[in-house]
Write a protein that binds this ligand. Sequence first.
Ligand SMILES: Nc1nc2c(ncn2[C@@H]2O[C@H](COP(=O)(O)OP(=O)(O)O)[C@@H](O)[C@H]2O)c(=O)[nH]1
Ligand SMILES: Nc1ncnc2c1ncn2[C@@H]1O[C@H](COP(=O)(O)OP(=O)(O)O)[C@@H](O)[C@H]1O
Length: 200
Amino acid sequence: MLIVLSGPSGVGKGTVRKALFDEPDTDFQYSISMTTRQPREGEKDGVDYFFVSKEQFEENIKNGEMLEYAKYVDNYYGTPLNYVNKTLDSGKDVFLEIEVNGAMQVRANCPDAVFVFLTPPDLMELKHRLINRGTEELDVINARIKKAVSEIKMMRNYDYAVVNDEVENAVASIRTIIRSERLRVTRVMPDYEQMLEGDD
Ligand SMILES: Nc1nc2c(ncn2[C@@H]2O[C@H](COP(=O)(O)OP(=O)(O)O)[C@@H](O)[C@H]2O)c(=O)[nH]1
Ligand SMILES: Nc1ncnc2c1ncn2[C@@H]1O[C@H](COP(=O)(O)OP(=O)(O)O)[C@@H](O)[C@H]1O
């Protein structure tokens, strides 16, 4: 199963995702994205992102090495295809944390993926979170808030919306969604071969 989490910058995707992966029974794999943005203080190459040049990113697009990609406030972000394919082939579920345009590309290519949109309680709270995080200048924060308005309108294209009021609540909701989606997947895929064997 492919699980896709989107939401505006500053809503808490990274925080919620890290809390989700800190749970001892989390058994899906996080796909590390590639980006041309500069690393923030404390971010590590190959852990938070694969940080690459614009030229390298465009080369990867040309070679068909991205599952999806998008330009977001002057930088490229994308999901390397190889890791996702390899992990799904080995029978493990994959978790993507990506923005809305990339998510819609995934929806077109992998219609069975599960799409979750994380929303802020309101836009003022979103702005506070971005300011408090302190990783971007005010002009970039404003560009991200502007983008948030159009991103929130895309929420209707998702299977689930989760409000990130408290991190624990959001994590619990996402865990419930994944658990129930797994049940659905096993229920609609019984072993037909076996069922049909005795049916002459
Ligand atoms: N399409 C796409 N978007 C991504 C990918 N990785 C991250 N993003 C999104 O790019 C946007 C900007 O990410 P970033 O600069 O790390 O800011 P942050 O989300 O505020 O921490 C966010 O909406 C991310 O979810 C990816 O592989 N593909
Ligand atoms: N539920 C929450 N309540 C209050 N602050 C939050 C919550 N979730 C995240 N934050 C804070 O908001 C800021 C943005 O969170 P982050 O995970 O970096 O968002 P994103 O990855 O969506 O850009 C961080 O400073 C984080 O500590």
